[in-house]
Design a protein around this ligand. Structure first.
Ligand code: SAM
Length: 315
């Protein structure tokens, strides 16, 4: 399916995320030698934004790596709305590759990613190192266990078909990730997606990072404002929203769900590294960072009929 006119703004959010990540990497917040080959250097970002991206990437990373270690990499990862994420390369460098790593995004995004991979050896070489054959066709890539697929997350039938064609094994423990993605779907669409994952993958985990408590009440515009100007929203019921974040999973077949706001996640990350990044740039208003991070959260949900211990993962 082709993205409509309205989707172009959503597609552009990937460029924003990628350039913020590149900037934070350049400032030394975390290491990622690959992102520079996917996005041009953007303009300078405020220290709060960099710390926010640090919490986001490291928070998602904690859960992902815990899942990979618990399953001893006998598992699959599916990143929905993956954009220009470079996680596959990191996992390869760290010897943590799962049996299958799948990414899905709109064709307009995946075709650009595939083009960069094809034309930039620092991206393509690691993929073919073990003798893997790089197969790229438009916005689709297959290379040993790495698959980039183009599709629309609102169409779960098509999503299921393209993952199946790419060799996904529904019986393996599978981690789904949506990093700043579900907010672009309607509640019905995201619920359908989350239900599809629960219905089709008996042993699974879902890690979702997104803005809390603006979605229904204030809409997209407020989210953008918050990101750029940190406007404080008074009178928003955080607890009710947190509960609805969990219910979104529990009501469609997930066995358990937890969530933490990003201010809490930030303080639950390895503190030595947090202290290191806090010395990188001076931050004069800590309350601003707190407000910003409290408006985002990570929710994780699990289904674990075989008792692998997925319920024990977290911060
Ligand atoms: N997950 C990446 C990250 O955190 O760096 C990208 C996040 S970006 C804010 C949102 C991504 O979701 C975009 O790449 C966008 O194209 C994708 N997306 C949103 N709605 C989608 C849909 N219906 N189908 C496929 N991709 C979608």
């Amino acid at each position: 399916s082709t993205a409509g006119v309205d989707d172009s703004a959503v597609i552009a959010t990937n460029d924003d995320a990628a350039s913020c990540k590149r900037f934070a990497v350049q400032q030394g917040y975390w290491k990622d030698p690959y992102i520079q080959h996917l996005v041009r250097p953007g303009e300078r970002k405020a220290p709060e934004i960099n710390r926010g991206y640090y919490a986001r990437t490291q928070g998602v990373r904690q859960l992902l790596d815990q899942f990979l270690r618990l399953t001893r990499c006998e598992c699959q990862v599916v990143s929905l709305g993956a954009g220009f994420e470079t996680t596959y390369w990191r996992l390869k460098d760290e010897g943590l590759l799962p049996r299958g790593y799948f990414e899905v995004d709109f064709p307009a995004v995946t075709s650009r990613k595939c083009h960069y991979i094809r034309s930039r050896p620092p991206l393509s070489k690691p993929l073919t190192e073990g003798g893997g054959q790089l197969q790229i066709e438009g916005g689709t890539l297959h290379c040993s266990q790495y698959h980039i697929l183009s599709g629309d997350l609102r169409n779960t039938e098509e999503l299921d078909a393209s993952l199946t064609t790419s060799g996904i094994d529904k019986s393996l423990p599978t981690l789904f990730m949506t990093e700043c993605v579900l907010v672009y779907l309607t509640p019905e669409q995201s619920s359908k997606l989350v239900r599809w994952a629960a219905d089709n993958f008996p042993t699974a985990m879902f890690v979702n990072y997104e803005q809390v408590n603006m979605k229904d009440k204030f809409g997209q515009v407020m989210i953008e404002n918050l990101k750029t100007r940190h406007c404080h929203l008074a009178g928003v019921d955080l607890c009710a929203d947190a509960e609805s974040q969990k219910q979104r999973f529990l009501s469609v077949g997930w066995e358990g769900a937890e969530l933490l706001d990003m201010w809490t996640v930030y303080h639950s990350l390895p503190q030595q590294d947090v202290q290191r990044i806090e010395r990188l740039e001076f931050l004069d208003e800590v309350e601003l960072l707190q407000q910003l991070l409290q408006h985002y959260c990570i929710t994780w949900a699990w289904k674990d009929p075989r008792g692998l211990g997925l319920a024990s993962l977290g911060f």
